[in-house]
Unconditional design. Structure first.
Length: 272
């Protein structure tokens, strides 16, 4: 058990274990976005930083098939931050919120040695999509393409530059696909820690193994911050799901099936 899982295990609560907690049709999620952990201010503008901080949190709501409604922000800012940079932060938060009809209803601001922020999203759903309910023989798929986020992060770490349309900066969420496919999907989660690592979470929760039917390079499988969707579904619904993907113009790769075995994650932990 890694240190992240060990700490989470200290809270024995039925609502913990998914992208968000579902309580009476309301969905609660929260993520941190910290300087020198998730980003450097030399990599992204303050506008881009705030917008991404919002989107990585909205991703959790979409992964649960929930409609985001409200947001609470906590922003810790260095004393040397300028008013112009503050305006950029505010605009990034507002633009991301407006794109998903979210109302920012409050939060907290404090002085800090660097730029750190957390976002809480409150959403609503009648049919939440959990990580569980995967049976032997179910198929696994992911949306979009994987690997570019890790590749661009490596460029930035080596003092290089990346395209403004890079997935590392501009996240594309799959809300339309999840909404239209919900009746078919049996389980799902967003890919934030990498396909292999997030697949490990699903496999552990469902006590299953994974048989890969498509070759996936380690660079693709271990690439974090992709914010694509990892989904599981009954093989009898394969053609229906492919039609939903085509209708929503969502690239979809069916790459594995659930088996009675044990899954081994090939990636290092991102958190500890």
């Amino acid at each position: 058990m890694n240190l992240e899982n060990y700490f989470i295990s200290q809270f024995n609560n039925k609502h913990i274990g998914d992208d968000a907690a579902v309580i009476d049709d309301l969905v609660y999620s929260k993520d941190a976005f910290f300087e020198n952990v998730h980003f450097k201010t030399s990599w992204m503008s303050h506008y881009q930083i705030a917008k991404k901080a919002m989107l990585v949190n909205i991703s959790d709501a979409i992964a649960m098939n929930a409609k985001p409604l409200f947001a609470l922000l906590s922003v810790a800012m260095p004393k040397e931050i300028t008013k112009g940079q503050m305006r950029e932060l505010a605009q990034g938060f507002r633009d991301a919120a407006n794109d998903y009809n979210i109302e920012i209803i409050g939060g907290d601001t404090i002085s800090n040695t660097k730029l750190d922020m957390t976002v809480s999203i409150i959403s609503k759903t009648n049919t939440p999509l959990y990580r569980t309910k995967i049976r032997n023989g179910y198929l696994f798929a992911y949306t979009g393409e994987l690997g570019s986020s890790a590749k661009d992060l490596k460029k930035l770490m080596n003092l290089g530059s990346i395209n403004k349309k890079s997935k590392f900066v501009n996240i594309k969420l799959r809300q339309n696909f999840i909404e239209k496919s919900r009746r078919i999907l049996q389980a799902g989660m967003d890919i934030s820690d990498g396909l292999y690592s997030d697949l490990d979470k699903m496999a552990s929760l469902n006590n299953i193994g994974v048989k890969f039917t498509q070759k996936i390079l380690k660079q693709q499988g271990c690439s974090g911050e992709e914010y694509e969707m990892l989904i599981a579904f009954d093989k009898r619904d394969r053609l229906k799901l492919l039609r939903r993907a085509q209708q929503t113009r969502t690239p979809l790769t069916i790459f594995a099936r659930a088996i009675r075995s044990k899954y081994t994650n090939r990636c290092k932990a991102h958190h500890f």
